[in-house]
Design a protein around this ligand. Structure first.
Ligand SMILES: Cc1cc2nc3c(=O)[nH]c(=O)nc-3n(C[C@H](O)[C@H](O)[C@H](O)COP(=O)(O)OP(=O)(O)OC[C@H]3O[C@@H](n4cnc5c(N)ncnc54)[C@H](O)[C@@H]3O)c2cc1C
Length: 542
């Protein structure tokens, strides 16, 4: 292959989106992937048990369904088919009743009203408010920072929908917002559970908006999954890319971005090969791997090094996959089975779990997220069987054991070992058993992926972090990955950060990759004599 126009390091959804966008513009693109397969944290396998398909990492894609970039790729023409569970999310309340999110707001409202009269109307009122701000809000989140068009439309809609009250609502912690809006625990748990689904503690500013975003997207678009496994989404993106002439190489880790005169001119791979490119390098790698890793600090301003020292990872994760010979025997299982189930005894328990995790303690009652994949997509398991997973967030390094150490027997302080992850998985399994007696008897095989295993399967999942860095407010927008770096451009000309470490962060929406590709295309259109001079790496700090 002659020198490509662009080299993409990493083939996660952001890397594949960037590659597709550049190919659409007629560029020659080469994607280099460290792992033996494409797709990053969007992959599926049958390693747990033959005949059962498990999503190795991510599973549900409301953000992809909301993403104009992914819709614009028309992946259905390349084999992708979205499917939905009968209901979106369910949260058992511990007394045999469930809070359930449906794809129909009236159905959700009716079920919440049954749990606590009055909450149905409160739900519909919230939906009406959301419809007024959702378009510009989602537009602002998924486009490069600053979002001029969507931002001004959002400001206008917020002014029309309550002014300062609306802004306050968007900044509120999930726990306080739930208390203000609803009387019963059902909708409060839906809101807080979805906020904790990202890594923002339910008592932190902005967690309410994160919860609202996920539940409202879930209600409007569902939590769809690709038929046949998450890998079908990556395969469709790769098939589209290859049809356009893009080239992919797997088992090809990049160890260096070559920088000459302040410009990225190519990369060096682990086996010593040097590949040059004509226009740009897009890095779908963690910010911590790019800055001071693939690009030596000597090429970067020292203020970036100082700021990267404050970069915050999101917590680690322990994930367990089960091949079951029947459905999970939930107490009081809802008539319409949800694809996603959240377990947490109360919103207060989630608040305590957030504080525990921040203190390096393994939470006793942290959120357990469960995917019922054959319920959602029957191709995932033999007839009448279930392919299920659960994960929970844990401190990336355990600083102390919970006072309820009994529940965490076998989990050692320090970095996670596979044994500690297995014990954490036992704990998760026991939590499912409490709500679904007989669950353990249905398990025919299981696999546990702790922080170490997750990172070994995808280097971006540092310490088992899912989001490329915390989604908390202080590391969002113009602060992502560090203050002043809210766009895909880096201090190196022709090098763009296109991973979840960039704005707008984790989740499968492709916006980080699309922002990087569009920035590269925009720069290529501007004649070099018109481009503003960049500060040299050695320029004095601010
Ligand atoms: C267990 C789990 C569950 C999740 N659940 C969901 C979910 O249900 N819905 C959702 O929307 N999101 C979910 N996420 C988050 C989502 O998967 C990620 O935010 C998303 O995949 C980020 O995409 P990315 O392209 O930035 O990075 P990744 O998907 O992590 O891909 C990065 C790729 O770059 C490669 N790479 C890294 N370094 C190099 C190098 N030096 N050279 C070459 N290649 C390299 C890696 O091998 C990897 O293939 C989940 C994540 C995990 C781990």
């Amino acid at each position: 292959m002659p020198d490509p126009d662009a080299i993409i390091i990493g083939s996660g959804p952001n890397g594949l989106v960037a590659a597709n966008v550049l190919c659409d513009a007629g560029w020659d693109v080469l994607v280099l992937e460290a792992q033996p397969r494409l797709g990053g944290a969007v992959a599926s396998d049958s390693a747990v048990r033959e005949g059962w398909i498990h999503d190795t990492f991510s599973s549900f894609y409301p953000l992809a369904a909301a993403s104009p970039t992914i819709a614009g790729l028309e992946l259905e023409r390349h084999g992708l088919e979205w499917v939905h569970a009968p209901a979106v999310v369910g949260h058992p309340l511990g007394d045999g009743r469930w809070a359930v999110l449906h794809r129909d707001r009236d159905a959700t409202a009716a079920s919440l009203d049954e749990l606590c009269p009055g909450d149905g109307d409160a739900w519909l009122e919230l939906c009406r408010w959301w419809s007024r701000i959702s378009q510009p809000l989602i537009g602002a989140l998924l486009t490069p920072f600053p979002p001029m068009r969507h931002g001004s439309s959002l400001a206008l809609q917020a002014a029309r929908s309550g002014g300062l009250d609306a802004v306050r609502r968007m900044l509120m912690p999930a726990r306080g917002l739930g208390q203000e809006l609803f009387r019963g625990e059902g909708p409060r748990l839906l809101l807080a559970g979805n906020a904790a689904h990202a890594d923002i503690p339910v008592d932190s500013a902005g967690s309410g908006l994160m919860g609202l975003l996920l539940i409202m997207l879930g209600q409007e678009l569902g939590f769809p999954v690709p038929r046949g496994g998450a890998g079908s989404l990556s395969s469709a993106m790769a098939a589209r890319l290859e049809e356009l002439g893009g080239v992919t190489r797997t088992s090809c880790p990049v160890v260096e971005v070559i920088v000459e005169d302040g410009r990225a001119t190519g990369v060096r791979t682990a086996d010593g090969e040097q590949i040059t490119c004509r226009r740009c390098v897009v890095a779908d790698v963690a910010a911590t791997s790019l800055y001071g890793g693939l690009v030596d600090w000597g090429h970067l301003p020292s203020r970036l090094r100082r700021r990267m020292a404050t970069f915050e990872w999101d917590p680690g994760t322990v994930k367990v996959d089960w091949a079951l010979d029947g459905p999970i025997p939930w107490i009081g299982a809802p008539d319409r089975a949800p694809g996603t189930v959240h377990l947490a005894p109360s919103v207060d328990a989630l608040a305590v779990a957030g504080a525990e995790a921040a203190a390096g303690v393994v939470p006793r009652h942290g959120l357990v997220l469960i995917g019922q994949m054959a319920t959602t997509d029957p191709t995932r398991a033999p007839l009448a069987a279930e392919s299920a997973w659960a994960y929970t967030h844990v401190p990336s390094t355990v600083r102390q054991l919970s006072p309820a150490a009994d529940g965490h027997r076998g989990i050692e302080p320090g970095p996670w070992s596979h044994d500690s992850a297995e014990r954490m998985a036992d704990r998760v399994q026991a939590r499912v058993e409490e709500c679904a007696p007989g669950f353990a008897d249905r398990i025919t095989a299981r696999r546990v992926l702790g922080p170490v295993e997750l990172e070994s399967l995808d280097a971006n999942l540092v310490g088992g972090a899912l989001n490329g860095g915390t989604a908390a407010l202080q590391q969002q927008l113009v602060f992502r990955p560090v203050p002043g770096m809210g766009r895909a451009e880096t201090p190196i000309k022709g090098l763009y950060l296109g991973s979840a470490s960039a704005h707008p962060g984790g989740g499968v929406h492709g916006a980080c990759g699309s922002n990087a590709a569009r920035a590269a295309l925009a720069h290529a259109r501007v004649p070099s004599w018109l481009r503003p001079a960049r500060r040299a790496a050695s320029a004095p700090d601010v």
